[in-house]
Design a binder for this molecule. Structure first.
Ligand code: PRP
Length: 210
């Protein structure tokens, strides 16, 4: 039995479609409701719905053999897991954004609001720029509007949140998409099952191949 941690929400639904399309379906999952665990003994899988930012923890600690996590989470938390496949869904980018018309004062420390402190620090360290990281948990776009920060480092998908708050992208840090990850000992002891899963997903191709 393969234990699979899926991220709750829109991304998880898209990812479940991929698993189902390659023979790892679990019909009860479509019924909705608040249940968190679904099992399909015929297909040899058990799915858990997990908060997206927690998937890597379940996989790293072996509560799940494999899971799906955004590249943003993997870069930020650097869990000790194997990254096996880019699933080609959940595509967006990690960006620096600021109020329209923002001019950077390079003589001052740059105040950066973000949920992604490590990504922000690494990015600006690479440019030799001193920053003050202001760690927030959501609605990051508010920070520069209220003068809490100069810029934000955040995920941009459609750009709607920035647009509706009069912010704009000033730099792109990296592209992001959903990745299939595996627990390191599961990868050894369930190697046959995990590589069969990878092979089927890769053969199917899909959005990642465009
Ligand atoms: C994410 C991100 C942006 C928004 C970007 O927030 O932090 O705010 O989505 O998407 P867009 O470019 O399509 O507008 P999320 O919805 O996760 O909520 P949060 O503000 O609580 O982080």
């Amino acid at each position: 039995m393969l234990n699979i941690a899926l991220p709750k929400g829109r991304l998880g639904d898209a990812v479940y479609d991929i698993f189902e399309s390659v023979g790892y379906g679990c019909p009860a999952i479509r019924e909705g409701g608040r249940k968190l665990i679904f099992e399909s003994p015929e297909n040899g899988v058990r799915f858990f719905w997990v908060k997206p930012s927690d998937v890597a923890i379940y996989v790293e600690r072996g509560a799940a053999d494999v899971g799906v996590a955004g590249k943003d989470i993997l870069l930020e938390y650097q869990p000790d897991v194997y990254e096996l496949l880019d699933l080609g869904v959940g595509k967006c980018r990690m960006c620096v954004a600021a109020p329209k018309g923002f001019r950077e004062d390079t003589d001052r420390t740059l105040r950066v609001a973000t949920k992604f402190s490590r990504i922000a620090r690494t990015y600006y360290a690479g440019r030799g720029r001193e920053i003050d990281v202001i760690g927030l948990n959501g609605s990051i776009e508010l920070a520069p509007i209220l003068g809490l920060s100069d810029v934000i480092v955040d995920i941009v998908e459609t750009g709607t949140t920035l647009r509706e708050n009069n912010l704009e992208v000033i730099e792109t840090i990296c592209p992001i998409s959903a990745r299939l990850i595996a627990n390191k000992s599961s990868y050894k002891f369930k190697h046959g099952e995990i590589s069969a899963l990878c092979r089927k997903i890769s053969e199917k191709g899909g959005p990642g191949d465009d």
